[in-house]
Design a protein around this ligand. Structure first.
Ligand SMILES: Cc1cc2nc3c(=O)[nH]c(=O)nc-3n(C[C@H](O)[C@H](O)[C@H](O)COP(=O)(O)OP(=O)(O)OC[C@H]3O[C@@H](n4cnc5c(N)ncnc54)[C@H](O)[C@@H]3O)c2cc1C
Length: 248
């Protein structure tokens, strides 16, 4: 049964002045699957204000972590942005959601495509042994506006080092030009095959599964491009190659 658990912030990381991660310990939180989300809440004027957040941490880690941005005039995210170590918050038990590997059909390659905070569930998935065992190639395509909006680069670099032949990281920034970075938006860079060329892999219904998470416009346009490449949305009753989660 779903219930609120009490926890406190044990760590926070400020990637820049708006992008931040919060870590909390909650030993009673039940086992979750990498890629799932849960509700995070704060008590305010006797009520709990809550919103869903994906878990960034791996299921076997001590502690739970989320990444977020304060949305202008948002009800909860600006309050989360102000939380300091030791301050209380609530977490809904258990986690839920279907952006998980168990829901993705077997394939040779797995493409994880995220913008902004949408990278969270994919970092959790990459923290599992299951993903490295299941796929020949794993590609993380991570788009953000500016270079300093790309979080967890050190963590991602550990996978590049550990799995140099299997793991391909494609960071993309849309609002500044950087040497050795693709520049632009994910859907167009897929359409023009620049992402595929950088990785040296094609995207094909026979051997690719794609998971998309983040900004709804990116998801919609990337889905359209992938459909043009011959892929289809994955549904339990009609297996395909595109699995997705929209944040709003
Ligand atoms: C399944 C699921 C998982 C989610 N996981 C995350 C997560 O891991 N990290 C995260 O930051 N958010 C995540 N969200 C979004 C989150 O639940 C909130 O909507 C967001 O933090 C804004 O809440 P708020 O109360 O401050 O704003 P509200 O008052 O609820 O205003 C919501 C509006 O804010 C905008 N918005 C929502 N999320 C974002 C965002 N991430 N970036 C920019 N604009 C946004 C949209 O225009 C939306 O209509 C997730 C949502 C869903 C449905």
């Amino acid at each position: 049964m779903a219930q609120w658990l009490d926890t406190t912030v044990v760590n926070r990381t400020d990637w820049n002045d708006h992008l931040f991660s919060l870590r909390f310990s909650c030993t009673e939180f039940p086992q979750f699957k990498a890629g799932q989300f849960t509700k995070i809440g704060i008590e305010h004027d006797g009520k709990i204000i809550s919103r869903p957040y994906s878990l960034v941490s791996g299921p076997d880690e001590n502690g739970l972590e989320i990444i977020a941005v304060p949305v202008e005039d948002g009800s909860l995210s600006p309050k989360l942005h102000k939380l300091q170590i030791g301050e209380p918050l609530k977490i809904m038990s258990p986690a839920t959601g279907f952006l998980i590997l168990d829901e993705v059909p077997k394939s040779r390659d797995l493409w994880l495509m995220a913008t902004g905070t949408g990278v969270g569930p994919f970092l959790s998935i990459l923290a599992t042994e299951q993903v490295w065992h299941n796929y020949e190639n794993i590609v993380l395509v991570y788009g953000a506006r500016y270079e300093d909006d790309l979080a967890y680069k050190e963590l991602i670099a550990t996978w590049s080092k550990q799995y140099p032949d299997k793991f391909h990281f494609v960071p993309i920034v849309s609002r500044e030009s950087m040497a050795d970075r693709l520049h632009g938006r994910i859907p167009l860079l897929l359409k023009t095959s620049l992402i595929q060329q950088q990785v040296g892999l094609d995207i094909h219904a026979d051997h690719s599964q794609v998971m998309l998470c983040g900004n709804p416009a990116m998801i919609e346009e990337a889905t359209q491009t992938l459909i043009e490449l011959g892929l289809s949305k994955h549904l339990r009753r009609s297996p395909g190659q595109i699995s997705l989660e929209r944040y709003w």
